[in-house]
Design a protein around this ligand. Structure first.
Ligand code: NAG
Ligand code: NAG
Ligand code: NAG
Length: 310
């Protein structure tokens, strides 16, 4: 597949679902290209709970007990596709860790069709609780104990990974698990949808809109107004458990208008944090697939500064 950039092609990926979320299959399957070399990080694949794993990146420049921000990343791909262990996500997290000087944890949640919704959400929640279990410096992974500044933990996700990141931040705000203090949430071209069109872009693009809704159904969701995918009317929105939110939006994205509405809804909800929005020209998640373009670099810079301070 070479046509990563068009929205139509994004949906064509649905036809190429790898129906496996198993850690070993993700790492050792015959369909995998070679891993990129990662000379500037210590990276390690960690088990979160049985069947759920994640890739951890720590810049090699970090001195023995130097504390850095942590970015917990949820990759996109309509819930059903892509992997934390493969390009382009492996490349993106490597760049983010080395250039923004952060620890990164890229979550390999199990995917539909084998593991339908809510499993991707629950696996991602398990990963965030696993992070929190290190907050007193006595968790199972020494790299996390030694290098994470627990006042600067960020969640980031693109597309369906943005849906996940939002839901994790909301659950954190409602349940307040011990040791978890999320500083910020970065939603990159997030996937949100609903039964009622909110703009002429949505009413006029009938095919794209139908496909947008089908992402949720294919992944195992039953109601497209479920607040997990349509947070605009969620009465719990003001409980979002973080201090600041960055919503990154692309002009040519069918999900563009939902991104702006999310940002507005957050402002009106009574949530106490600070929200910011950034829009650039481009198509859905172009910054992942074409990282060396001007707008992708602008986004990279904005995210880097967002995750550098609490
Ligand atoms: C259809 O959606 C695309 C982005 O997905 C947008 O650029 C275009 O303006 C929309 N068309 C109409 C007629 O609204
Ligand atoms: C709001 O949060 C409460 C407490 O967690 C939960 O019981 C309720 O279902 C949530 N409401 C919605 C619409 O999700
Ligand atoms: C982006 O640029 C870097 C460094 O110049 C290069 O290693 C990488 O392959 C490029 N990535 C893409 C997707 O073109």
């Amino acid at each position: 597949m070479t046509c990563y950039t068009t929205s139509a092609c994004f949906f064509l990926f649905l036809l190429f679902v790898i129906a496996s979320g198993d850690c070993d299959a993700a790492k050792g399957g015959p369909y995998l290209p070679l891993q990129i070399p990662k000379p500037e990080v210590n990276y390690k694949d960690v088990t979160i709970v049985d069947g759920v794993c994640a890739r951890l990146y720590v810049p090699i420049s970090a001195t023995p007990n130097q504390k850095l921000p942590l970015v917990v990343y949820f990759h996109g791909g309509a819930f059903t596709m892509f992997s934390a262990f493969l390009p382009p996500y492996d490349d993106y997290l490597y760049s983010l860790s080395t250039k923004a000087n952060v620890v990164a944890l890229s979550v390999e949640y199990r995917r539909p069709l084998t593991y339908p919704i809510p499993i991707p959400f629950d696996d991602s929640w398990a990963a965030v609780k696993w992070v929190a279990s290190h907050s007193a410096g006595r968790g199972p992974e020494e790299l996390v104990n030694n290098h994470v500044d627990f006042t600067r933990v960020f969640l980031q996700g693109d597309s369906a990974g943005g849906t996940i990141a939002h839901n994790i931040a909301l659950r954190a705000g409602l349940e307040k698990p011990e040791g978890l203090n999320i500083a910020g949430l970065a939603l990159m071209h997030p996937y949100f949808w609903g039964s009622k069109p909110i703009s002429t872009r949505e009413t006029r693009n009938e095919t794209e809109s139908a496909l947008a809704a089908s992402v949720w159904f294919v992944a195992g969701g039953s109601n497209i107004d479920d607040p997990r995918v349509n947070p605009l009317e969620d009465p719990n929105l003001s409980s979002l458990g973080c201090n600041k939110v960055l919503v990154v939006i692309a002009e040519q994205d069918i999900f563009r208008d939902r991104g702006f509405y999310y940002y507005d809804a957050l402002g009106k909800s009574g949530w106490k944090g600070k929200a910011e929005v950034m829009e650039t020209p481009g198509e859905h998640v172009f910054y992942i697939h074409q990282p060396n373009t001007t707008y992708a670099e602008d986004i990279f810079g904005r995210v880097s500064s967002f995750v550098s301070c609490a």
